[in-house]
Design a protein around this ligand. Sequence first.
Ligand code: ADP
Ligand code: MG
Length: 204
Amino acid sequence: MELIDYMKASKMLEKYGIKSIRSSYVSSSSEAVRFAGANPIVLKLISDKALHKSKAGLVKVVLSGKKDIEGAFNELEKKGSSLKPYKIIAQDMAKSGIEIIIGGNIDQQFGKMVMVGLGGVYVEVFKDTALRICPIEKIDAEDMVDQLKSKSIITSNGSNSKMIVDLILQVSRFFAESEISELDLNPIIVRKDGYDVVDIRMLK
Ligand code: ADP
Ligand code: MG
């Protein structure tokens, strides 16, 4: 299985109405500073040799100002020397919210399946996910959200479940219609006023 380039994956999702946070590869700290403008950003090192970026210290969040950004960039470059080939990506810092995961994979018996659950570090802790066979209808996506034990956590900040239902439908449609064998949007940071996809793992 082949990992699809992050920026390419993000464009593929956009065609289905799924918007990822503003991102760009940067090859120098000054490029990263330019990308940031006056906003706080995130820098990440992406390499096939490090699948869990945060565990390996490859995700630097809330960087603001030239000094912060340069420091983080240099640190990532140092770490990158043993992770070649790699790329450094700059992203806008998402406003705080609750992290969910929406994903897809292929089951030997049932074929393409779509899943939703609480995201970030909680995926492995709570194992609270809802799964359906693709394709799904609106009512299925609604049932998936209702089925989650963490539903009250997910909606506690006023994130509306309707927005999450729409996202599940968009992801399942994309997954069903594309030649992708595995997909993880983890996390999608959800808030009352919207969402940001900040990490995409897509395999062909
Ligand atoms: P990985 O899953 O490989 O460890 P992620 O890109 O998912 O790396 O980042 C890990 C965590 O860092 C996320 O769960 C989220 O809490 C935080 N994070 C990552 N990117 C952003 C972003 N653009 N804005 C805000 N927080 C982010
Ligand atoms: Mg992630």
